[in-house]
Every structure is written in structure tokens, then in C-alpha cells.
Write a protein of this length. Structure first.
Ligand code: VGL
Ligand code: ZN
Length: 208
């Protein structure tokens, strides 16, 4: 296909990241109608789902003496500690009820290794273990990806940055994301960094 297929990646639109959830993001659910509306503009839609075992190392509860939002060091890599969230098989790990799941050709679960978290849809936080998404997209001749979902400054950001390493053109649909903004200002910081690295930070209005 000329120009390759365009894929939308819907990142972690799950109950625990929405208001009332274990790791709630302000207005996290407000992007859902927008995401539902833009899916039909893409050749392919992939969703990611944060899917942690109870003993996931990124939970503060599994690191005695540490608090939520502390940073720890795992084999030389900084890891933020989170409240228990998106535990496999729980309501919090389910997609938000309002999200239209009908267009998803692949649901990629991540963060399943107790010893390594995975913010990125492409590669785990050890920066070494691939999820298989790049191979899936390449097999389908995808060259350009569009990313939306939660959270702007974690899973959206890591996924966008990693997509570049696999040679994809990357667009972040910024009004279809919401962030944790922790530490304060991190949404602004990741937006500038993504732009600097050649990611197009666009608005849903820019989608033709
Ligand atoms: C996320 C923190 C921990 C995200 C997932 O989806 O951005 N953030 N797990
Ligand atoms: Zn997580």
C-alpha cells in the first residue's frame, strides 16, 4: 500500500487510570469520546493494556520502607513506585466501559514480568525485552503510527520515543492524551522532548 498503513495505538485507557481508579489521572476519561471518534480514520487500531501481577516490582507495596512516587534503582535503571494498579483480572485493569473496543485488531498486554515494568508498548523498562509490537506492525507494513491515551508523560511518551528506534514516523495526538504530571511540569517537558526528537505533536483536528 502506498505510504504504508496508518495505525492508531490506544495506550492504557483502563479504569485504574481514570477518575476513581487506583492511579487516577485528572480527566483521564474525558478523552474517550474523542478516541472513539477518531478510530475509524485509521487502517488499523491497536490497544495496550497495563497488566501487572500482584508482585510487580513497580508497586510501592512490594518495596518495604518505600513510598508511592519514590524512585528506586533496578539494575541501574530508575523506576518510579506506583500504587498497586492494573492488576491482572481486576476491574481496575479492564478498559473503561465507554471505550469502543470493536476496532482493536490487537490488544497488547504489558508489565507482566514481576521483575520489570513496561511503560512502552515496544520494549520493557529494562530497555532490552521487546514486546513484539514492532514486529507485528512491520509485518503489516505499517510505517507511521499515531498515539493517544494515558498517560502522556509515561506510557504515551515512552511508546512514542521507542517507536522512533524501530523506524516508525510518529505522531502524538496530544488532545487525546492526559498525563500524571508528576513531577510537576513533566507533561510540558515530555512534549518538548518529543518535538525535539522529531515526533509530530498534533491535534485531533489535524487528522484528515
Ligand atoms: C502508566 C504508570 C504506571 C501509564 C502505567 O499507563 O502511563 N503509568 N503504569
Ligand atoms: Zn503500570
Amino acid at each position: 500500500m502506498k505510504g504504508g498503513r496508518r495505525v492508531l495505538i490506544v495506550v492504557d485507557v483502563q479504569n485504574d487510570f481514570c477518575p476513581g481508579g487506583a492511579l487516577q489521572i485528572k480527566d483521564g476519561d474525558s478523552i474517550i469520546p474523542l478516541i472513539n471518534g477518531i478510530m475509524e480514520r485509521f487502517d488499523l487500531v491497536v490497544a495496550t493494556q497495563d497488566w501487572h501481577p500482584k508482585n510487580q516490582v513497580s508497586f510501592a507495596s512490594n518495596n518495604p520502607g518505600k513510598n508511592i512516587y519514590d524512585q528506586i534503582n533496578i539494575s541501574g535503571i530508575a523506576q518510579t513506585l506506583w500504587p498497586d494498579h492494573c492488576i491482572q483480572g481486576t476491574k481496575g485493569a479492564e478498559f473503561h466501559d465507554d471505550l469502543d473496543l470493536s476496532k482493536f485488531s490487537l490488544i497488547l498486554r504489558k508489565g507482566m514480568n514481576p521483575l520489570v515494568d513496561s511503560y512502552s508498548a515496544f520494549i520493557e523498562n529494562d530497555r532490552n525485552t521487546e514486546t513484539g509490537l514492532a514486529g507485528y506492525l512491520k509485518a503489516l507494513k505499517v510505517r507511521e503510527i499515531f498515539i493517544c491515551g494515558l498517560a502522556t508523560d509515561y506510557c504515551v511518551y515512552y511508546s512514542a520515543m521507542d517507536s522512533l528506534r524501530y523506524g516508525f514516523r510518529c505522531n502524538v495526538i496530544i488532545d487525546a492524551t492526559r498525563g500524571v504530571d508528576l513531577p510537576k511540569g513533566s507533561i510540558g517537558a515530555v512534549v518538548s522532548e518529543m518535538k525535539d526528537k522529531g515526533i509530530s505533536v498534533i491535534s485531533s483536528d489535524d487528522l484528515l
